[in-house]
Design a binder for this molecule. Structure first.
Ligand code: NZQ
Ligand code: ZN
Length: 393
């Protein structure tokens, strides 16, 4: 096990009606005049936005709205938000929505106190240390941004989708997690969120670091719980207990606990970010296509951990590591399909993917050789993208 520091400072407020605490929590993070960020209307239709506003009003918090944030959010809305926030002397942000809304709020929070171009942080020119406080009311368990220090924004020019990772600067001050808010999700978004949270665990699980038994078992336990609970929420979207378990799993998947003491991988995410940047697909659906292909490559080149994954998570009882790994991948694909997720480019709606372009952008953004579990060259990532065309093993 490697040395590590683990600090997840976000205050998690979990359960029914917890959005009524938004106002007091906002005061608690030191903000009195916030930017209220949300998407294309799901929070308006459900009445959630009004309840959050009521809570802010009761606490004496004033707010300016920034709405219409798109999935796979782009830099133009961040520039707009920074400009408005400065003009209105905003002292914090409250994001009501999913990863796209939360990440837009985080990027604005980072950009407001910085005199230069906020993209400098995403371009790796300097380290993110200071940001306005951000609070969240989560409506979709998926990206895990409510507890992560990460922020993913696409630069429209060149379609560069970049994930900025900070230790603390961008961790939200609070995350309101009310499972009831997720019952309005369309089934494809519920399923994509499940694929995303599983991927957040697996990116950390597939690690070259050995002797991380506690972190491995935490990860396997959360994965097994997701595999048990997911079919329940798909079959019965109103199942509160299953929704609650899925929501908590999504947060735990990405707040760092599953990465303690080891090197992480993150190639599947990098590969998916190129797909969603170029083709605009839902991130979690893209991951359901990428991960089995990446794992298939690993079964051929570094099968030890994929075999452990297959045996411990899917109960594969098998022989040699490679066969066990391959059976695990079949089980994973079957699970995704059972949730209605795609497992190939075609199923994702991309009939003729431009693999040369994806590989080029991937290595431009991430480097010549990439990956924590196994180092991948351009020829390797090309092969993995190719496998996604038919979703073959
Ligand atoms: O815009 P509205 O109308 O709100 O609709 C949204 C949106 O269309 C809808 N939705 C959300 N909650 C709902 C709902 N519809 C009905 N009922 C509800 N309760 O769902 C759609 C997707 O929302 P989005 O915020 O895009 O989903 P998600 O949370 O999956 O976020 C995806 C973004 O997060 C990034 C992804 O790359 C992508 O850009 N990620 C961020 C990470 C982070 N910051 O740590 C890590 C992840 O790996 C990921 O990369
Ligand atoms: Zn993700």
């Amino acid at each position: 096990m490697d040395n590590f520091t683990y600090c997840s400072p976000t205050r998690y407020i979990f359960g029914k009606d917890t959005e009524s605490q938004a106002g007091q929590l906002t005061i608690g993070m030191g903000s009195k005049n916030v930017m209220l960020v949300y998407g294309h209307g799901s929070v308006v239709r459900s009445g959630l936005l009004d309840r959050v506003k009521k809570s802010l009003d009761e606490a004496g918090v004033t707010y300016t709205e920034l709405s219409g944030i798109d999935p796979n959010p782009t830099d133009d809305r961040v520039y707009e938000g920074i400009d408005i926030a400065r003009k209105k002397s905003i002292d914090g942000l409250v994001a009501v929505g999913g990863g796209s809304v939360i990440d837009t709020a985080k990027a604005i929070a980072l950009g407001v106190p910085y005199q230069g171009d906020f993209w400098d942080f995403f371009a790796g020119k300097l380290k993110a240390e200071t940001a306005l406080p951000v609070g969240t009311v989560l409506t979709i368990p998926a990206a895990g941004s409510e507890g992560s220090g990460n922020c993913v924004i696409t630069r429209k020019e060149g379609l560069h989708k970049i994930s900025l990772r900070t230790d603390f600067a961008l961790r939200p001050k609070f995350a309101i997690l009310n499972p009831e808010l997720t019952v309005t999700l369309p089934p494809n978004q519920t399923a994509a969120g499940i694929a995303d949270m599983m991927a957040h665990i697996m990116e950390r699980y597939f690690s070259p670091t050995t002797d991380v038994e506690v972190t491995d078992r935490i990860s396997e336990g959360i994965l097994k719980a997701i595999i048990e609970e997911a079919p329940k929420v798909i079959a019965n979207p109103d199942d509160y207990q299953a929704r609650a378990n899925i929501m908590w799993a999504g947060t735990m998947a990405h707040n760092g606990i599953c990465g303690c003491g080891r090197v992480e991988d993150w190639v599947s995410h990098a590969m998916e970010h190129e797909i969603s940047a170029v083709y605009g697909v839902t991130h979690g659906a893209g991951l359901a296509v990428v991960f089995p292909a990446w794992l298939t490559f690993m079964a051929n080149h570094a099968p030890t951990k994929p075999a452990q994954f297959a045996r411990r998570v899917f109960g594969i009882i098998n022989h040699d590591d490679k066969s066990a790994a391959l059976e695990g991948i079949t089980a994973l694909r079957g699970f995704y399909l059972s949730l209605g997720l795609p497992v190939s480019f075609g199923m994702l709606g991309i009939a003729t993917p431009d693999i040369d372009l994806l590989v080029k952008k991937l290595h431009e953004n991430k480097g010549e050789v990439i990956g924590g579990y196994y180092r991948l060259t351009q020829a390797d990532t090309y092969e993995i993208y190719k496998m996604m065309v038919n979703g073959e093993i």
